[in-house]
Design a protein around this ligand. Structure first.
Ligand code: NAI
Ligand code: MG
Length: 360
C-alpha cells in the first residue's frame, strides 16, 4: 500500500443510511482533494435488509477478512423493523463489529451549532462544546448474574458490574490523551462512589492514578446525579467527560440532546490501540418514516466522517469539515427541514462539500 494512503470500508446499510452516505462520501472526497489525502473507499452491501433478503444473513461468513484490514469503517445506519426484527439486524451486524473489533471507546462530540435551536434557554454556539467518552465493553453491562427461584415468592435476580484494571485504565488513558489535545486540557470523571461503594471508588482510584501521568490536564469528578443536572444548567463547564458504560450511555444521549437534533450528532466506536478498525457513524438510525424522500439531514453522517479523519491523524481536514458544517447550518436555504431549513439531503451535502473545497 502507498504510504499515507487510507483504505475505508463503507457500509451504507438501510433506509436513510443509503441517502446520507453519498453526501458523507462527497464531503470526504472534497476534503481529500483539498488537503491532498489519498483515500480509497470500498463499499460493502452487507449489514442491510437488502443483503439479508438475498442471503438469509446480515453478514457474509468472511466479513472480518473483508473489512478487518481497513483503516476505518464508515457506517450509515442499520435496521428495517417492518421486515426484520431489530435484535436480528443490529446484533447480527453493527453490534458484532463493535464487539469483535474491540471498539472499547464510544466517543460523542457535544457541540451547539449555528442554525440549531438549543432546548436550553439562552445558549448560543460556542457555549456548549465538549466530548463524552463512554466505556463500551464492560462495567454495568455484564452477563454475569442470574435468576433463582423463578416465579416464586423467593424470586432473586443478580447482575454484577465488572470493572477490570485493563478495561478501566484503557478508557481513562484515551480520555486523558484526548483532554491533553484540547485547548482547555480539562477532564471530568463521572462517578457515584457515595452510593456504589465498591466499583465506583475503584474507578475513582484509577482516575487518580492515571491523572499522575497527565500533570498538564486539570481534572475533577462529579457524582452522576448532579453531573446530569450540570449538563443542563452549566454545560459550559465541560471539556472531556469520561464515564463507565451505563453512566456514559446516559450522558452520551443527554449531551447531544442539549445541543438540538438527532439529525446532526455523530459518534465514534474506537479501538485506540489500532488492533482493529474503528467505526464512525451518525447517532441516528435508518428513519423508515422519512426514508426514500431525499429529505434526511446528512450532517450526522458528514460530521462522523470528520471524526474519522481526525482519528486517522488528519486533524486539519477534520476541522475544515466541521467549519464547513457550521457555515452551511447557519444558512436557512442550505439546511434541511428538520432544522426549519429548505434544503434536501443532496443540496445540504453539496453545500458542505463546496465549503470544504473553498476552505483556507
Ligand atoms: P431513528 O434515529 O431512525 O429516527 C428517530 C426519529 O428521528 C424519526 O422520526 C426520524 O425521521 C428522525 N431522524 C433520524 N435521523 C434523521 C435525519 N438524519 N434527518 C432528519 N430526521 C431524522 O430511530 P428509530 O426510528 O427509533 O429507529 C429506526 C431504525 O433504526 C430501527 O431499526 C432502529 O433499530 C435503527 N437504529 C439504528 C441505529 C444504528 O444503525 N446505529 C441507531 C438507532 C436506531
Ligand atoms: Mg443509548
Amino acid at each position: 500500500r502507498r504510504a499515507n494512503a487510507l483504505k475505508i470500508a463503507v457500509i451504507a446499510g438501510d433506509g436513510i443510511g443509503k441517502e446520507v452516505m453519498p453526501e458523507g462520501l462527497r464531503v470526504l472526497r472534497a476534503a481529500a482533494e483539498r488537503f491532498g489525502l489519498d483515500i480509497t473507499f470500498d463499499e460493502f452491501p452487507f449489514s442491510s435488509w437488502d443483503y439479508y433478503e438475498q442471503h438469509g444473513r446480515m453478514l457474509p461468513v468472511d466479513w472480518k477478512d473483508q473489512i478487518g484490514g481497513h483503516d476505518a469503517i464508515y457506517f450509515g445506519a442499520v435496521g428495517w423493523p417492518e421486515k426484520i426484527a431489530d435484535h436480528v439486524s443490529l446484533w447480527g451486524s453493527l453490534l458484532l463489529f463493535r464487539r469483535e473489533f474491540d471498539q472499547y471507546v464510544n466517543l460523542r462530540p457535544v457541540r451547539l451549532m449555528p442554525g440549531v435551536p438549543s432546548p436550553l434557554a439562552g445558549r448560543k454556539p460556542g457555549d456548549i462544546d465538549f466530548y463524552v467518552v463512554r466505556e463500551n465493553t464492560e462495567g454495568e453491562y455484564s452477563s454475569i448474574g442470574g435468576r433463582m427461584f423463578e416465579g416464586t415468592e423467593r424470586e432473586v435476580v443478580v447482575q454484577e458490574t465488572v470493572m477490570s484494571r485493563v478495561g478501566v485504565d484503557r478508557i481513562l488513558r484515551f480520555a486523558f490523551e484526548l483532554a491533553r489535545r484540547t485547548p482547555k486540557k480539562h477532564l471530568t470523571s463521572a462517578t457515584k462512589s457515595n452510593g456504589i461503594a465498591i466499583t465506583m471508588p475503584y474507578w475513582d482510584e484509577r482516575v487518580e492514578a492515571m491523572a499522575k501521568h497527565y500533570p498538564d490536564v486539570k481534572w475533577d469528578k462529579y457524582h452522576i446525579d448532579i453531573l446530569t443536572a450540570h449538563f443542563v444548567l452549566n454545560p459550559q463547564r465541560f471539556n472531556v467527560v469520561v464515564a463507565s458504560n451505563l453512566f456514559g450511555d446516559i450522558l452520551s444521549d443527554l449531551g447531544p440532546a442539549c445541543t438540538g437534533t438527532i439529525g446532526i450528532a455523530p459518534s465514534g466506536n474506537i479501538n485506540p490501540a489500532g488492533d482493529f478498525p474503528s467505526l464512525f457513524e451518525p447517532v441516528h438510525g435508518s428513519a423508515p418514516d422519512i426514508a426514500g424522500q431525499g429529505i434526511a439531514n446528512p450532517v450526522g453522517q458528514i460530521w462522523a466522517g470528520a471524526m474519522m479523519l481526525d482519528h486517522l491523524g488528519h486533524a486539519q481536514a477534520a476541522a475544515a469539515i466541521v467549519r464547513a458544517i457550521e457555515e452551511v447550518l447557519a444558512q436557512k436555504p442550505l439546511r434541511t427541514r428538520d432544522l426549519g431549513g429548505l434544503a434536501d439531503t443532496e443540496t445540504c451535502g453539496a453545500a458542505i462539500a463546496d465549503a470544504v473545497a473553498r476552505s483556507a
